[in-house]
Design a protein around this ligand. Sequence first.
Ligand code: SF4
Length: 395
Amino acid sequence: MAETPIHIPEDINYSCTGCGKCCGEWSVPLTEADYERISEMDWSSKEEFRGKKLFSSLSLHEKEGLPFTHVIVATDEGYCPFLKDHLCMIHAEHGAEAKPQTCQLFPYTFTQTPSGAYATVSMVSLAAMYNVGTPLKDQQDYLRTKLAEYESVMSAHAPDWSHIQLVGGQKLDWPTYLEYEKELLSILKDKSRSLNERLLKGSDFLVSKLDKPQPASEAQDAPLKKLDRHLLSALHKIYLPHKPPTRLEAHFNPFRFVYQYMFEQPVLRLKPRTFTIDELQAVRWPEDDAEVEDMLYRYIYQRIFGKFYFGGGFAQITLITGYHHLILVCALIKLHSKAIACEREATTVSLDDVAETIRLLEKYLGQTHISGYAAAAYELLMFSPQRIRRVLRNT
Ligand code: SF4
């Protein structure tokens, strides 16, 4: 069988620093083989595991489209119970190959597409977050072995790219998508403009490809509308929750959104406080801080390069809605980082505020399941180029 081509992102670095952060703040998924192998090991004889539930099975809904059957139950502090003194006990006692497949691959990830596999690294890892280590471009051989591992687990679960659309009813073939992506990434890389300007230019570029042209954008100083605020608040509850959400709370529900719109205040909750968007607007986002802008840029760049934002990469939503959703996520990163800054009584966001926010987002957005109804609501709520402008300029 021919080797799958690997595409590697530019200027993305990663080497493991052994910080142990990858082993926290999520429930590690297990394949059936992982579960059988690890659950058979004798954990109950160890004092720290006595009487503890270490594994939980996934519901049919949670397993849908994935090769996983169980998760490792995190400790009350949110860490994997097998992490001890920054080391994995499974690795230490049974070897690296005994660890869950996800852990053996992490933080590398691959998106399979008609033109090959696109490699990225999850920013849950602190090294990936701060761009520390060897450039991925110099890790080609290692990435090839990781891709083989990935394919052995995920081969039956490749994303479906057969019906991608620019907008509902306007189909897009894969070569044309790749041309659009190339242009989007080149707009994004142009650091002579602010990140906001680049993101909006990317939206203009995609909208210019519509069969039916859109009306001109509204005034630069247009304030947020009630619907914009509620949309930000609803997405914040799901992607940046202040406590682990229940199964019902963890996904976008259009009916709940209508209820929230009619009866609730559009606030952002950050334990133990809530913030209004107006309050957060008073905190400064440091556009002149190259490190902050670069961290946010790398997050967006990797989502586009890895194709985790539309079609087979994200709930089969259309390209324009997927790109606009990414802009809304960027606005949420800014608002949540401002809330963290507020909490520590600072007037300007710091690099660590942004890092904390992106790590939380990586955890929850990666686990969010967007149903067909939710995807339809995303199309309705996020297509508007005017909404994206208002949101980005007011956050
Ligand atoms: S199983 Fe080991 S490598 Fe995986 S999250 Fe737990 S401690 Fe980390």
